[in-house]
Design a protein around this ligand. Structure first.
Ligand code: SF4
Ligand code: SF4
Length: 411
């Protein structure tokens, strides 16, 4: 770990020394770690477990801020409810975020310093967004990810140095998004910054203060609910109100990332019947347009992107494998049919095509009421359907019905 911790001699800013740090806890621009101890306690009705609150440090590496946007759309639970302590059993969250915090500059980094020195009045979690860029290749005086200056000597502190200082004392470290989990787009072929995931940097022997390895919530960007739900599960555990939830061998919440996209895709029925879209906007399965859903582990098809709505194939887009450790290189060229799809689609064309025709046949019978069946008539002015099956079709219906009702003695 130490090889990536860079102490960068930056320019000393006289302004830092001239401007005293705001430390009045009644000042809304003071570090939240100083303001928070003054806040009134929550009602006993909501507060359960030993923890009244927990700090959440959202630290950013090579990121597009998409994960921040994603979590702001979470609804189960909502960020606002976590911040105001309205979720029973969960401690109130004091958020220290690079964009969303009220305080900024030295007052913002003061929170991190107090945490690193063990001077917070509550446990803290680290949420890391973006990939980690290797500061050992950033040049002697340069850096990739700066996050505040040391007030004592004006030295530039990198995000990575903060991670290394804070990770050992954190209750849990959560990698938010594919870049933070596995390296993501900044770690694609070429990779001039030697970008990597948090797990790559901290190593497999890393354990948080509560004994947890790094927790990974992949996605580019992840489903917001996946972030807040996992955070809530970890906080319930932290509060002693629930067991540690199950994580898979890659540190992903097992209940969110075990199934493939394909198994819950609204278009999976078309795939099974061998009917495929030819262009975007078609309603059928998108595999021939480049969808990797059959092998990708992601829950967006059933969960949606915001409050159950949206999500890739729900909105007509293919799965490009953005949750997977091999993304993006192993899923390129994007928007071309995966080679393996040739076998499965052609097999399904034959088998699924036959099954589809059998189902259509059965459907024509089930679309007639008993009255219409007996009268051999369809009293609809629209009149688009044949009133009665004839010939072989009729014989098949009769045999099918006899088999279906054989134990009832019916027709
Ligand atoms: S669109 Fe993709 S995920 Fe959905 S059924 Fe087709 S291959 Fe599977
Ligand atoms: S369906 Fe595929 S592209 Fe869409 S979020 Fe999930 S893994 Fe990413």
């Amino acid at each position: 770990m130490a090889q990536y911790t860079k102490v960068v001699p930056g320019s000393t800013h006289g302004e830092l020394e001239a401007k005293p740090l705001i430390t009045d806890p009644d000042d809304p621009l003071a570090p939240v770690a100083l303001r928070s101890p003054q806040r009134p306690k929550r009602s006993e009705l909501v507060s359960q477990g030993p923890l009244e609150k927990a700090y959440l440090f959202w630290i950013v590496g090579a990121s597009c801020d998409g994960c921040t946007i994603a979590i702001s759309g979470a609804t189960h639970p909502r960020v606002e409810d976590l911040l105001t302590g309205r979720v029973p059993g969960l401690p109130r969250i004091e958020l220290v975020h690079t964009v969303l915090s009220v305080e900024s500059g030295p007052e913002w980094t003061e929170n991190l310093r107090l945490a690193a020195e063990g001077r917070l009045d509550a446990p803290y979690l680290i949420f890391w967004e973006g990939s980690i860029m290797d500061e050992t290749v950033s040049g002697e005086y340069g850096y990739w990810m700066g996050l505040g200056e040391d007030r004592a000597d004006g030295r530039q502190i990198t995000s990575l140095e903060w991670l290394d200082r804070l990770a050992p004392g954190a209750a849990a470290v959560l990698s938010i998004g594919t870049c933070a989990c596995w390296g993501g787009i900044p770690a694609a072929a070429g990779n001039p910054t030697n970008a990597m995931g948090v797990m790559d940097h901290l190593g497999k022997d890393y354990r948080s203060a509560l004994g947890l390895p790094v927790i990974n919530i992949p996605g580019c960007s992840p489903v917001g609910d996946n972030i807040t739900e996992t955070a809530a599960a970890a906080l319930l555990f932290l509060n002693g109100l629930a067991p540690l939830p199950e994580f898979d061998e890659l540190g992903r919440p097992a209940w969110l990332f075990t199934e493939t996209v394909h198994r819950h895709c609204p278009r999976a029925g078309y795939y099974e019947e061998g009917v495929f879209a030819h262009s975007y906007g078609d309603k059928e399965c998108l595999v021939e347009l480049g969808c990797w859903g059959p092998i990708v582990q992601c829950n967006i098809a059933e969960r949606g992107i915001v409050d159950g709505h949206g999500g890739c194939m729900n909105m007509g887009g293919i799965c490009i494998g953005c949750t997977m450790p091999g993304f993006p290189d192993k899923f390129s060229p994007i928007y071309e049919r995966p080679p393996g799809a040739l076998l499965s689609t052609n097999t399904n064309r034959v088998m699924g095509g036959f099954i589809r025709r059998m189902r259509q046949l059965s459907q024509t019978d089930k679309m007639r009421s008993a009255r219409w069946h007996d009268s051999r008539d369809l009293p609809s002015g629209w009149g688009r359907y044949k009133t009665q099956p004839v010939g072989a079709e009729r014989l098949i219906h009769r045999l099918y019905s006899r088999k279906q009702h054989s134990h009832e003695g019916g027709r």
